[in-house]
Write a protein that binds this ligand. Sequence first.
Ligand SMILES: Nc1nc2c(ncn2[C@@H]2O[C@H](COP(=O)(O)OP(=O)(O)O)[C@@H](O)[C@H]2O)c(=O)[nH]1
Ligand SMILES: [Mg+2]
Ligand SMILES: [Zn+2]
Length: 353
Amino acid sequence: MSKRRLSQTQARRIKQKQQKQRENANKGDNPPLGLDEDSLGIEQHGRVVAHYGTQVDIEAHNADPDNGRKGTIRCFLRANLGSIVTGDHVIWRASKKDDLGVVVSCQPRQSLLSRPDTFGKLKPVAANVSQIIITIAPKPEAHTNLIDRYLVIAEINDIAPIIIINKADLISEQNRANFSAITKLYTNLGYRVLSMSAHSHQDIAQLTALIKGKTSIFVGQSGVGKSSIIQRLVPEQEILVGSLSEATAKGRHTTTHSQLFHFAQGGECIDSPGIREFGLWHLHSEDVIKGFVELREIAQMCKFRDCLHEVEPGCAIRQALEDQTITQQRFDSYKRIIASLNDVAMKTMNNLD
Ligand SMILES: Nc1nc2c(ncn2[C@@H]2O[C@H](COP(=O)(O)OP(=O)(O)O)[C@@H](O)[C@H]2O)c(=O)[nH]1
Ligand SMILES: [Mg+2]
Ligand SMILES: [Zn+2]
């Protein structure tokens, strides 16, 4: 990812916006639990590391030297903030009276991943993610169409993807050819494919090099080993923090909407049930081709701008298929995604009447 330096004008605009947000927030008639202006400390930078719905945990970028705060601080969200999600960089203020704080504004985002909620409305779930780790395994069976769906998400959000084939210990004579083909297909497209086992120290070391300095998310079918990999990468202490916060709810699980973990060797990941299995149906069919790196350039050369790459004359995609410069497999996968979008569009329309 690039260009994070803000110009002075941008910085001034952000400042003005934050000032406005603060003014608006202060006008709100429900200041959270007595966190009024006088009882709050200086403004500090921080990052949202856990989201509980109405509250978040903030990790201070620089521990405040005045009160020596370290670790995370449970914060309320000022009104009119818009949605704040895990991974957001925010400005927050600590309460002088207790261990709480309040988030007063949100910094500009490098990326924002959203998913549709149960009502079909898009909800942001994670901010500033810089790497999507698509995880597959011999068990449950890997489907390249699912890989392609995740690649579309990565490409259109301009987030670098990598593909991990986990449970390499389960690769056998029966499925070896399949995984070699998958590796070849995606390596040829320019993607990094790593074969590994969450149980192997050597493989974990290989992965740590790829996640340093990045905010990653793991996506993939349930059961491929995402949690197992994450657990191997985060320090014991951090897992403990997770279980402690669960324990405070008197044996009941606190619903963490999403959480940011630090990797022991550098880098971090955001884990959220919402992102792991996000759907694709909110995409427009024009967007899908942008997610297919080898098709998007060629499609520009089709005679008709709105070419469906089916029977139209002068179709560069069909020509490329004939010339075998693109694979039938990826083209079919592209068509399948487009068809599934249409299916959902039909269903949505049917639900309306
Ligand atoms: N054989 C093998 N099993 C694994 C590996 N990684 C994870 N598993 C097992 O796969 C199952 C599902 O793992 P989990 O991490 O819960 O998958 P998730 O649903 O993607 O988070 C568990 O029983 C793990 O012990 C691996 O590298 N090799
Ligand atoms: Mg899991
Ligand atoms: Zn075409």
